[in-house]
Design a protein around this ligand. Structure first.
Ligand SMILES: Nc1ncnc2c1ncn2[C@@H]1O[C@H](COP(=O)(O)OP(=O)(O)O)[C@@H](O)[C@H]1O
Ligand SMILES: N[C@@H](CCC(=O)OP(=O)(O)O)C(=O)O
Length: 373
């Protein structure tokens, strides 16, 4: 762990980032929503996207944005907060739309959606398409429908899971302090900023306290939980002050403005480990020589047209081995279940639509979900 001033030379590289924006930035007065504190962040997003980088926003603030539509004289109950979120979510999306020329796309999730295989695949597919079409996904918890057992509870942990689903290499958590301190800076004026953390162990976890504002949820504790989740999956996390324009000018220069959590493994190695060692293949796809060349030489996805035979019983999203003659070339997550892939093996995209009666995934196994041996 390195403290303030000890390391100003760390460089910050990224290609696909999830940027989590806390409620205080959306609703600086504790209610309603404003663009005032989002201008520097939006400029950074616009400039990064024009350089070919990809960004997914995870935006808090629905409850705070909807609060002033209700004239309550008591602290809001759970159902009143859910009603505030329903009002505030549209206001918050309109607020974001004002800041970008490209379309913003709303995705509302509950934890149940991440646990449900079909929903998970749909979320992944939607984010992939939005990014491919240059649009800006804006994710929040679906507060009006989430019950306790289906809740993420806080958007820091939600953002870490979105980073995983979206195959991001970076999680940037924008909050109202400069990063992780060795004590809560709001209550301890001697607290020191920690510039870099290579291992999120129990000692680091105990530094974190709760929320610092009336609109915040979880405080530094949930940010460290999120950083730990991301780190296990090879994703770097940066916690930085979203109120400071300097945060974004430094990021644009490749500098590290807050606390950087470095993962022990790269994203691709972590994914490789997961695919190769944690998943059991449920079936085999025998492919032709053309598909094998596309996979091995060009790093392409496996299309149904290159599949000669489907073996085993597997559901969409499960792992399969990819085989040429007797040689296993790769393992990957199949987007189709075995019966459907059997129907469309050897067909091109036009024929697939005719065969199934609807348009579906172009790839049997997307290259992001595939590891070559
Ligand atoms: N060790 C710590 N370092 C930095 N901030 C801390 C620490 N412990 C607790 N905090 C508090 O966490 C707050 C940020 O979390 P939170 O209020 O939930 O913001 P957000 O709405 O951005 O999620 C800070 O304002 C700070 O008071
Ligand atoms: N989903 C809630 C925010 C929950 C949350 O984690 O808030 P924050 O701590 O400000 O990131 C909302 O939109 O109001």
């Amino acid at each position: 762990m390195q403290q303030q001033g000890a390391n100003n030379n760390v460089s910050f590289r990224w290609q696909r980032a999830v940027i989590k924006v806390g409620s205080a930035l959306i609703a600086p007065n504790g209610e309603g929503c404003k663009t005032a504190c989002l201008l520097a962040l939006a400029q950074f997003v616009n400039e990064s996207r024009s350089e070919g980088k990809e960004i997914i926003l995870v935006s808090s603030g629905a409850v705070a944005a909807g609060r002033n539509a209700f004239s309550l004289t008591h602290p809001p109950s759970l159902s009143e907060k859910q009603a505030m979120a329903a009002v505030g979510q549209t206001r918050m999306m309109a607020n974001w739309a004002r800041l970008f020329d490209t379309p913003t796309a709303q995705i509302l999730l509950t934890h149940g959606d991440i646990r449900n295989r079909d929903h998970y695949l749909n979320i992944k597919g939607t984010i992939r398409e939005l990014l491919a079409h240059g649009m800006l996904p804006v994710v929040n918890e679906n507060d009006s429908v989430a019950t306790d057992e289906l809740k993420f509870g806080d958007n820091d942990n939600l953002a870490a899971l979105v980073a995983l689903v979206a195959e991001a290499d970076t999680l940037l958590i924008c909050t109202d302090v400069d990063g992780l301190y060795d004590a809560d800076p709001r209550t301890n004026s001697n607290a020191q900023l920690i510039k870099r953390v290579d291992k999120i162990d129990q000692r680091i976890m105990t530094l974190a306290g709760g929320a610092g504002s009336v609109v915040g949820t979880g405080g530094m504790q949930t940010k460290l939980q999120a950083a730990r989740k991301a780190s296990h999956n090879g994703i770097q996390t940066l916690i930085a002050n979203g109120f400071r324009a300097q945060t974004f000018s430094q990021l644009a220069q490749g500098l590290v403005p807050g606390t950087l959590f470095t993962p022990p493994l790269s994203r691709s190695s972590a994914k490789k480990n997961w695919l190769m060692h944690s998943l059991r293949a449920r079936g085999r796809l025998v492919i032709d020589q053309g598909a094998a060349n596309a996979l091995c030489r060009n790093g392409a996805s496996l299309l149904p047209v290159g599949v000669v035979k489907v073996e085993g019983e597997f559901r969409a999203g499960e792992a399969v081995e990819i085989v040429l003659e007797q040689e296993t070339l790769a393992i990957g997550l199949c987007q189709y279940d075995a019966p459907t892939l059997t129907q469309i093996a050897g067909l091109n995209s036009q024929q697939i639509e005719q065969q199934l009666g609807y348009s579906s995934y172009a790839e049997a196994v997307h290259r992001d979900d595939l590891v070559l041996f």
